[in-house]
Design a protein around this ligand. Structure first.
Ligand code: ADP
Length: 328
């Protein structure tokens, strides 16, 4: 019942957003009268006005030529407005393609010098271990190393987003042990969880059938969801990972007792670069790309991703993934 109400609420929000021309103009970076929404409304208004005028005028004339002329006029107006909407959409699509190509080229170019920086800092760090430099210098080199790792992650995310936008993201589909993926992800996230005094618990049947997935990408998704749960839990809570089998699917739930997501922003959570208001104040680190990438990966593997969340109480992020029919 609650889920139905939430879905209805999300739909209503979508309609409100579609009607909000100011917001549309802001999002597209154009004037209000240039938004597709405004043009469609104008098209409707013009059609209604002209049709009514034709109806009123035609009552006084028996001549069918006037009717034909008036109707031709309506068709021309509709064609002109329709054409400007189409050319605007074409322009936006072209710009979007150019933008993803730019992101892709720039990220590739950035990766090479960054790899060199990482390599050099690792070399310096290995020298530090041999006590060639002092503690302060070692700390600085460690900071550079950490920052270059963060930058590499960001660049990899940008490359994935560009691949998704250009429909070039390659996903393997092989039988994958999802319990192993969950355990490896917990291992990776353990140090961050310990730092924040958060307990990670996995509940899964002793054996589960293999899923049809790309193991590396699946682990990336689980790690992203788990890291989010840790990042957005401030009260030393517990995070529960749960695996269950449902018909031909495996369902993966990650439940936290964190800050949750404000109801009015829940419909935008899988949007590119979106970060909710309640977390940007205290958690400055983050790009808003993780969930966008996760959604695309899961859907390309034939699954679905969703969540339930209550602000200040916590969230449950879930995804489904098809069971493999092949032998492992
Ligand atoms: P990032 O974490 O880098 O900001 P994501 O795409 O992974 O980007 O997440 C998008 C946004 O979704 C986050 O900024 C946050 O507002 C919200 N979010 C995701 N997971 C959680 C969670 N477990 N609890 C609360 N908010 C979350």
């Amino acid at each position: 019942m609650d889920q139905k109400r939430q879905k209805l609420k999300k739909k209503n929000m979508q309609v409100i957003n579609d009607l909000n021309l100011k917001k549309q103009a802001r999002d597209l970076g154009v004037k209000v009268w240039q938004t597709p929404g405004f043009m469609f409304i104008m098209l409707g208004v013009i059609a209604i006005v002209i049709m009514s005028a034709v109806f009123l005028i035609s009552q006084n004339y028996d001549d069918p030529e006037i009717l034909v002329l008036a109707e031709s006029f309506v068709v021309i107006v509709i064609l002109i407005v329709g054409n400007s909407v189409i050319s605007m959409v074409t322009q936006v699509t072209k710009l979007n393609r150019m933008k993803s190509e730019f992101v892709s080229v720039a990220s590739h170019q950035l990766r090479t010098p960054l790899s060199a920086i990482k390599w050099e800092t690792e070399l310096l760090l290995s020298k530090c271990r041999r006590r060639v430099v002092g503690d302060k210098q070692r700390q600085s080199i460690e900071n550079i190393n950490t920052l270059s790792i963060k930058m590499t992650h960001l660049i990899n995310d940008l490359l994935d987003v560009a691949r998704i936008d250009q429909h070039r993201l390659i996903i393997k589909k092989i039988p994958t042990d999802i319990i192993a993926v969950a355990k490896d992800s917990i291992k990776e996230a353990q140090s961050l969880a310990k730092k924040r005094h958060i307990e990670l618990a996995l509940s899964a049947p002793r054996k589960l059938p293999a899923v049809l997935a790309d193991p590396e990408k699946l682990q990336m998704v689980v790690e992203n969801l788990l890291n989010n749960s840790i990042k957005y839990t401030t009260n030393h809570g517990k995070i529960e990972l749960k695996l269950t089998k449902k018909d031909a699917l495996i369902i993966f739930n990650i439940k936290d007792s964190g800050v949750g997501i404000p109801a009015e922003q829940q419909n935008r959570i899988f949007d590119k670069f979106f970060r909710s208001d309640n977390i940007v104040k205290y958690q400055t680190e983050g790009t808003g790309l993780g969930l966008y990438i996760a959604k695309n990966i899961i859907e390309q593997m034939g699954g679905r991703i969703w969540f339930e969340s209550v602000e200040n109480l916590g969230s449950i992020f879930s995804f489904s993934i098809p069971i493999s029919k092949q032998k492992e």
